[in-house]
Design a protein around this ligand. Structure first.
Ligand SMILES: Nc1nc2c(ncn2[C@@H]2O[C@H](COP(=O)(O)OP(=O)(O)OP(=O)(O)O)[C@@H](O)[C@H]2O)c(=O)[nH]1
Ligand SMILES: [Mg+2]
Length: 329
């Protein structure tokens, strides 16, 4: 489970002021009061949008401020009300008042809406204050202020993609390259002992969570290495990314071995949609590069050659991963 969080500020619009105004018509020297009420300030509305899956976009956009209502006008015309400002959040977002910690809402359904900051009501124009005893009221009231809150948004995310590979294949290095996760990376097997999750930002509204888990070895299902228990952390991901070191003696065999270990944990696991990434391309010499080019994989297996050290092939891989995630959603 990965907790995504964001802090935002919302402020609704102030109501427009009521005005003092007098009717002016030809041949009527002293018109009565006709100052209109102010318009209503804009609300700030939270809306659950199923196109959005993370809170990442709130890194760039943190303030949601609605406009004020317009002041009243003559002829007892009400000022124009301001449009609401919509804050789109993913389904599953929990909203807290950042100052008090109080939970304000739990957004659980697509399309769900909540007025989080109500626009101020408009003030009253002098037309409203006319009465038999006061036919020329010089009174109006200002619009009500808007509301403002600091909010904390929280979203629990499941990993979309699980990284599978032998120890040292470069899983943790990759996740540290494509996300903000900072797992331990080292030149010895079984560096990773617990899963790490990282959020990968592809483009606006297009992000996904990757799970880096400990390395698998042949016989893991019989308890070799760290075993296969940690595979439960990728059981519910939508897809897998297999990572294989380009200097491996037999890349195709490695893939088979990995899939077989997954199968021992759960028959469905190796059937997940997947991409294969051949890693550390920067250390391949010309001969090895030629050999790699000749590698033939079964139809339907998408293969990427990458180097986390030089960033070669990383952008392409991220795009393919996103496409796979998008299809699975
Ligand atoms: N030259 C080069 N070295 C890499 C690259 N990616 C990873 N490495 C190195 O490979 C070693 C293992 O990397 P890790 O990312 O820790 O591998 P891992 O798959 O997470 O390993 P475990 O956690 O033990 O399963 C480290 O020394 C990395 O610096 C790469 O693209 N190029
Ligand atoms: Mg690791």
């Amino acid at each position: 489970m990965f907790i995504d969080s964001a802090k935002i500020f919302v402020r609704s619009g102030k109501g427009g002021d009521g005005i003092i105004h007098w009717r002016r018509e030809k041949f009527i020297p002293k018109g009565g009061p006709d100052g209109g009420n102010g318009g209503v300030g804009g609300d700030v509305i939270i809306r659950a949008d199923k196109q959005i899956n993370t809170l990442l976009d709130f890194r760039y956009n943190k303030k949601f401020i609605a406009k004020p209502g317009n002041p009243g006008e003559g002829s007892n015309k009400e000022g124009r009300s301001a449009e609401p400002v919509i804050v789109k959040v993913p389904v599953g977002t929990l909203i807290r008042n950042a100052d008090t910690g109080e939970v304000i809402a739990d957004i659980t359904e697509a399309g769900q809406e909540l007025v989080i900051a109500k626009g101020g009501r408009g003030g009253k124009g002098n037309w409203v204050f006319r009465s038999p005893t006061n036919q020329a009221p010089r009174v109006c009231t200002p619009g009500e202020p808007g509301e403002e809150y600091h909010l904390e948004l929280e979203l629990k995310l499941l990993a979309d993609i699980g990284l599978v590979g032998f120890p040292n294949a470069g899983k943790s290095t990759l996740i540290s390259t494509i996300s903000a996760a900072k797992p331990k990376i080292a030149d010895y097997p079984f560096t990773t002992l617990v899963p790490n999750l990282g959020m990968v930002y592809f483009q606006e509204n297009k992000s996904f969570v990757v799970a880096d888990i400990p390395g698998l070895i042949e016989g893991a299902h019989e308890g070799k290495g760290l075993g296969i228990q940690f595979l439960k952390h990728i059981e519910r991901t939508k897809a897998l990314l297999y990572l294989i070191d380009c200097t491996s003696d037999d890349i195709k065999r490695d893939l088979k071995v990995l899939k077989n270990e997954l199968k021992q944990f759960s028959a469905d696991l190796p059937k997940k949609k997947s991409i294969v990434a051949i890693t550390k391309l920067d250390i391949a010499d010309d001969d090895l590069r030629k050999e790699l080019k000749k590698l033939k994989f079964p139809k339907g297996v998408a293969v990427h050659f990458i180097s986390a050290a030089t960033n070669d092939g990383i952008a392409d891989l991220v795009e393919s991963l996103w496409k796979m995630v998008e299809k699975g959603r």
